[in-house]
Structure formats: structure tokens, C-alpha cells
Design a protein around this ligand. Structure first.
Ligand code: ADP
Ligand code: MG
Length: 311
């Protein structure tokens, strides 16, 4: 049987590539140097089998997604991902699973030039905890606080794809399933938006539950036009009209960014972005979040039957 140390050596040890990493895997702790003038952004996330991903999910997709959720948090802060640690709890040392998991994990790590610098390996029900660190120029990190009345509320990409893929399960198209299993963290967009936006949050639990966190942190309210929330072609082709709002507003796992940005810098920001940015609403001085229909009339989501989805 493969030992804990074999697992680490065979699947996770790789020479660190970043010059700030003085010591990677193999000692009691890793050593890193934070460049002068930069702040370190830290985030931790745990994925539990059956809760954060369906039990049948491919190991490579689990590896990718475990890191993607953390990189999305760094993106939302406007930070450049730098290195991460991995705490892995496994029911048994399944080498085929480990091979797939590490391949998916490093595929995304390599795309962003982030180093795995340490971790922990234990036996138990499958769960993956990643702590990721990123670098951001001092004073430039995007926070949830900072939104101001009059700011436009915008989202990157499209919303609802991952939630629809989960609901459709094996009936979901490849493109939709890709959005659920291989979310693309908006890392480059976060670093552009830190120069323009007042506030930012990543949408992991769904717009209807994440946007209120930002509004509360900023001490403001908002109006959002439900019909403006961007949807992808594969989403529109597969969703039933009755479920559209459910997936777009309450569905999680898209890992897009929601930002509050002044009108006069929207154009310059869009020109630097590598993804679409769509205006969906406005920040207001009155607390609370009002959902509006296409005519600008308040929409009663509770009466419309969405109350049990809006957490
Ligand atoms: P310790 O007992 O001092 O905590 P371990 O024996 O748990 O150290 O781990 C040995 C080395 O391997 C450490 O540098 C640790 O950070 C690293 N490590 C353990 N598990 C993992 C993992 N799943 N991924 C990456 N590095 C790991
Ligand atoms: Mg030790």
C-alpha cells in the first residue's frame, strides 16, 4: 500500500517556479518572500464530497475546481495568485484518483503560474482544503466595502450556467457541464478592475446571496434589472423560461465577479478586460436590494415563487 509520503512525493512535489518561494514542500513549513510594496491576500476554502461536488465527479475536475474556487477569491480581491497549500483527506490511497486529481489541479496551477508549497495528507471522508495566497500592490486590493450610491453594478461573463448544469446533470450539454466542472476564475479581470472599481465580490453562492454581502459591507442598497443579467447561449438553449431566474439569481458556482464601478470609468475598464462586463443595476443610498422587471417595476420574487431559493 502506498504511504502518505509516497503520495506526496509521487503526486504533489514539484520544484517551485516563483522566485518569491524560498522553500517549498518537504520541511515543517514553507518559506516565501513578499515583495516590497505588495500585500499578501490569503483565502481558504474546503470542498466536501457530495456537498460541493457530486459524488461521481471526475478526479481531474475535482482537482481543477478545488483550486479554481480559491483563485476566484483572489481574483475578487484584485490579487495575482502566487502559491497555495493543499490539505487532502482521502478515504483510501487510490492511485488512479490521485493521478487524475493532481493532473487537474496542476493544469489550472500552471495556467496561473502558482506553486503548491505545502499541505497535509490524512485519511477520512474525501475533502479538499486549499489555502491560496496572492500578491496585490499595497492599497489596491478590491474589497466588498467601498461601493457608492450612483455606481453601476456589473458582472463579468454570464450567470446561471453552472446551476443549470447541476440541475440537468447528465442531460446538460458539454459546454454547460464545463462551466460547472471547470470554472474559470476571473484572475486577469480582477487585476484590471482593481484600478477602476469601488467594490467587488465573487459570485460563488449566487447573485441573490452574494450581492447583499457587498451592499451590507458598503452600507448601501441597490436596484437590479433582472432581465439585464447576462445569460450564455448554451444556457438559453437549455433552460425552461420558468427556471431562468432561479438559476441566474440563486444558482451558485459560476465564479464570475460582481463589481460596483463609477459610470465614467466603465469604458476604459471594458477596453482592458479580457471578458464581457454587463451592467445589471445601480447602487442606491437606501439600504436593501430591489429586483426590477424590464419596465423598471419592482419584482416581488417572493410572490413569484423564488423565496425558498433566495437564501
Ligand atoms: P508535518 O508532519 O511536519 O506537518 P508532513 O509529514 O505532514 O509534515 O508533510 C511533509 C511535507 O509535505 C510538508 O512540507 C508538507 O507541507 C508537505 N505536504 C503534506 N501533504 C501535502 C499535500 N497534500 N500537498 C502538498 N504538500 C504536502
Ligand atoms: Mg512538522
Amino acid at each position: 500500500m502506498i504511504s502518505e509520503f509516497d503520495i506526496i512525493r509521487n503526486y504533489f512535489v514539484r520544484a517551485p517556479r516563483r522566485r518569491e518561494v524560498a522553500l517549498g514542500i518537504g520541511d515543517d513549513a514553507a518559506l516565501v518572500r513578499v515583495p516590497v510594496g505588495q500585500e499578501l491576500a490569503l483565502t481558504t476554502d474546503t470542498l466536501v464530497a457530495g456537498r460541493h461536488f457530486p459524488l461521481g465527479t471526475a478526479a481531474a475536475d475535482i482537482g481543477w475546481k478545488s483550486l479554481a474556487v480559491s483563485l476566484s477569491d483572489l481574483a475578487a480581491m484584485g490579487a495575482q495568485p502566487a502559491w497555495f497549500t493543499l490539505a487532502l483527506t482521502l478515504p483510501e490511497p487510490d492511485t488512479a484518483w490521485l493521478k487524475g486529481f493532481s493532473a487537474g489541479l496542476f493544469e489550472l496551477a500552471d495556467e496561473h503560474g502558482v506553486d503548491l508549497i505545502g499541505g497535509d495528507t490524512t485519511r477520512g471522508p474525501l475533502s479538499i482544503t486549499i489555502q491560496a495566497h496572492g500578491l496585490v500592490p499595497e492599497g489596491y486590493a478590491l474589497r466588498r466595502s467601498g461601493a457608492q450610491p450612483g455606481d453601476l453594478i456589473c458582472v463579468t461573463g454570464t450567470l446561471g450556467d453552472a446551476s443549470l448544469a447541476l440541475a440537468l446533470s447528465s442531460r446538460a450539454s458539454d459546454k454547460l457541464r464545463q462551466r460547472l466542472n471547470r470554472p474559470v476564475p476571473r484572475v486577469a479581470a480582477g487585476q484590471v478592475l482593481r484600478n477602476f472599481a469601488h467594490a467587488c465580490i465573487d459570485i460563488s453562492d449566487g447573485l441573490a446571496s452574494d450581492l447583499p454581502h457587498l451592499l451590507q459591507a458598503s452600507g448601501v442598497g441597490a436596484t437590479v434589472k433582472v432581465d439585464s443579467v447576462p445569460a450564455s447561449r448554451p444556457f438559453l438553449a437549455a433552460v425552461s423560461p420558468a427556471d431562468r431566474m432561479l438559476h441566474q439569481l440563486s444558482g451558485g458556482d459560476d465564479y464570475e465577479l460582481c463589481v460596483c464601478i463609477p459610470l465614467d470609468v466603465l469604458d476604459p475598464a471594458e477596453q482592458e478586460l479580457d471578458c464581457p462586463l454587463t451592467v445589471i443595476g445601480r447602487v442606491t443610498g437606501n439600504p436593501g436590494l430591489a429586483w426590477l422587471d424590464a419596465q423598471g417595476r419592482p419584482l416581488d420574487l417572493v410572490r413569484a415563487g423564488y423565496d425558498h431559493f433566495l437564501r
